[in-house]
Design a protein around this ligand. Structure first.
Ligand code: FAD
Length: 242
């Protein structure tokens, strides 16, 4: 067992801001979407994340990591090993997700020789690579295109400023065709506003309230965090896990 003492500086040593993670230049670009209409409709941008997740769970018996709004609408990363558990990872959430013990859990799975897939912002993928310190062939990381996120506190404060009669238990940022800030209670919408009228969305899309570090993000460019996994398994029509 490794024991680290206070002041060991390990956090600075592995910090992906202090020590940039290597990136790859994009060589080829593909546009794709899920062939399953339900997956497309319930995802934000075509459902590719769900396809990778399902492949790792169904075909590789692996684990999948993503984020969802949990109790008190706190955005948190968690682990899934069943298709049912994957549902909550769907759609883009416009705030910083809490990583918690996720990197540790991924390392544990990889060390047990499991396949594992993580989807998150580029800085979160960079953090994971730094934490792991070595390559694992069974790990796939997918970094989203991200232009910055506000902290959880902005969501909390914005929702409480609405003075709603009921306490919401879910939040989405997309309608069927447009961006909407919508709050739910027991699956019923209790507040919904189009992005062009909504204060939170205006601040998000105009980049007014991101976390300070997002304004000097090392990873906000076209290069992607270096990945080591080869993409042989990538679906064909026949290979679509759905
Ligand atoms: C903060 C943010 C900014 C974005 N900015 C752009 C942009 O500028 N241009 C563009 O084309 N697309 C942007 N996107 C969209 C993003 O690229 C799509 O969500 C992505 O393409 C996945 O779409 P999907 O349909 O495959 O999966 P979806 O089902 O829509 O997304 C689910 C996946 O996204 C992950 N995810 C969702 N929210 C977050 C979050 N806050 N932090 C970490 N992971 C998260 C989930 O864990 C899950 O794996 C942004 C998304 C986010 C979260």
């Amino acid at each position: 067992m490794k024991i680290y003492v206070f002041g060991c500086n390990l956090c600075s040593i592995v910090c992906p801001v202090n020590n940039k993670v290597q990136t790859n230049e994009i060589k080829e670009v593909y546009a794709c979407w899920s062939l399953d209409e339900n997956v497309r409709k319930s995802s934000s941008s075509g459902g590719i994340a769900s396809i990778f997740y399902a492949d790792f769970i169904k075909n590789k018996n692996g684990s999948a990591f993503g984020c969802s709004y949990e109790k008190d609408l706190q955005l948190k990363f968690s682990r899934a090993t069943t298709l049912k558990e994957l549902e909550k990872f769907k759609t883009s959430k416009y705030s910083q997700g809490y990583i918690g013990n996720t990197y540790k859990e991924i390392e544990k799975d990889l060390k047990s020789d499991m396949y594992s897939v993580f989807v998150g912002t580029p800085c979160q993928v960079a953090g994971l690579k730094k934490y792991l310190k070595k390559d694992y062939e069974k790990l796939l990381t997918i970094d989203l295109i991200c232009h910055g996120v506000p902290s959880q506190k902005y969501i909390d404060d914005y929702i409480s400023s609405l003075n709603l009669e009921e306490v919401p238990d879910n939040l989405t940022f997309r309608g069927e065709r447009d961006f909407f800030f919508s709050l739910y209670k027991n699956n019923k919408i209790i507040f919904s506003e189009n992005s062009n009228k909504n204060t939170f969305f205006t601040a998000f899309l105009d980049g007014l309230f991101y976390r300070n570090n997002c304004y000097s993000c090392e990873y906000a460019n076209s290069n992607r965090i270096r990945r080591y996994y080869n993409w042989r398994f990538l679906g064909t029509r026949q290979g679509n896990p759905f």
